[in-house]
Design a protein around this ligand. Structure first.
Ligand SMILES: Cc1ncc(COP(=O)(O)O)c(C=O)c1O
Length: 378
């Protein structure tokens, strides 16, 4: 079954009693036991809740995984994955990383004895060079935030297998619709479902998919032990979002392609990062492995004053953090999403005071271009 169809099917089979076409919201903390030592399979909602389970089974099917897990946020999901490691373990991480993930690693998990090396994970040889005896895993963003670099997952996976390392991919920007990391040799995929999966800028959620059933059992043990699970209402909203993932993504990408071309031709824009453009360094690799180029664009303006002008003067495009929803959003990574990246690293990567990040929504593209034009030329 194709992903667009599979996505619509989530929850459809659930309620055999009434035939409801969407999974009910099981707003219950606990479940009655039929007898002593007996269970319906549901005992307590932290351990398992039917609405959450429907989402977890659904994302597992979309990613071709043994199991899926839903958490209260993307950060909660990543935190749970770090519990697979112990003091003394070393992880190799994408250097161009979401600032919140970097903060979690460098300000919190470092206190528990984990260590992290930040490398350009589009360069497999740089990963190889960073491997040391205590290295246990490689953590990559499949399409990086905010510079939109694309990782060569088959090559990284081969390197990980050779060195007995776990490969974890944050696939937030691409979603299973554009790329299935587990098919390309990744052990675990993680999502901020807040973004494209839920897709409406109305829910904060995290998802994880795991290929190997034994590893999945460990992840479940941590999910249940820590308890940062997604509630039934938000699980339902995430399922509802996923049902329209394919058509939203198609429209958003179509808009993004046109906007990237338009920005590239504008005299006040000096750089455009969009992997759908043929001049993007990872364009060919992404065309090989992914089904599309996503709908995120980062771009540089010619003067810093223009940053504030654009943020304040766009009317349809909201100046707000987050991404991937139906509404277009624009943000200034240096002081917002990526403020927690060390300044030297930010400067080296090109996350500077001229860079803006645009999440293109499903609006009519002519209106979005007009909004950008009037803000740029005000
Ligand atoms: C790539 C990526 N991973 C993880 C996260 C964290 O997800 P959440 O905000 O749902 O906790 C984000 C948030 O922006 C992100 O962009």
């Amino acid at each position: 079954m194709k992903i667009a169809t599979e996505a619509v099917q989530i929850g459809l089979e659930w309620d055999t009693r009434t035939g409801a076409v969407t999974v009910p919201i099981y707003q219950t903390a606990t479940f009655r036991h039929p007898g002593l030592g007996q269970s319906t399979g549901y005992d307590y909602s932290r351990s398992c809740n039917p609405t959450r389970q429907s989402l977890e089974d659904g994302i597992a099917r979309l990613d071709g995984a043994a199991r899926g897990f839903a958490y209260s946020s993307g950060m909660a999901a990543i935190t749970n994955l770090l519990l697979l490691f112990k003091s003394g373990d070393h992880l190799i991480v994408t250097e161009d990383l979401y600032g919140g993930t970097c903060r979690l690693f460098d300000k919190i998990f470092i206190q528990y004895g984990l260590s992290f090396s930040y490398v350009d994970t589009t360069n497999t040889e740089a990963i190889r060079a960073a491997i040391c005896p205590s290295t246990k895993a490689v953590f990559v963003e499949t399409l990086t935030n905010p510079l939109l670099k694309f990782a060569d997952l088959p090559a990284i996976s081969a390197l990980c297998k050779e060195n007995n390392l776990l490969l974890i991919a944050d696939n937030t920007f691409l979603t299973p619709y554009l790329l299935r990391p587990l098919d390309l040799g990744t052990d675990i995929a993680v999502y901020s479902a807040t973004k494209y999966l839920a897709g409406h800028n109305d829910t904060v959620a995290g998802l994880v998919t795991v290929k190997d059933p034994d590893l999945a059992e460990q992840v479940y043990f941590h999910q249940n032990s820590v308890g940062a699970v997604l509630g039934p209402q938000d699980s339902w909203l995430t399922i509802r979002g996923i049902k329209t993932l394919a058509i939203r993504m198609d429209r958003q990408q179509q808009n993004a392609g046109r906007i990237a071309e338009w920005l590239s031709a504008h005299p006040r824009i000096t750089k455009v990062y969009y992997p759908g453009l043929e001049n993007h360094p990872d364009h060919a690799l992404m065309a090989r492995d992914a089904r599309g180029f996503c709908a995120m664009i980062s771009f540089e303006v010619d003067k810093h004053e223009l940053v504030e002008q654009i943020l304040l003067k766009t009317k349809l495009i909201s100046f707000a953090e987050s991404l991937g929803g139906v509404e277009s959003l624009i943000t200034f990574p240096e002081v917002q999403t990526h403020a927690d990246i060390p300044p030297e690293l930010r400067a080296r990567l090109g996350i500077n005071n001229l860079l803006l990040r645009l999440s293109v929504g499903i609006e009519d593209c002519d209106d979005l271009i007009e909004d950008l034009r009037q803000a740029l030329e005000a």
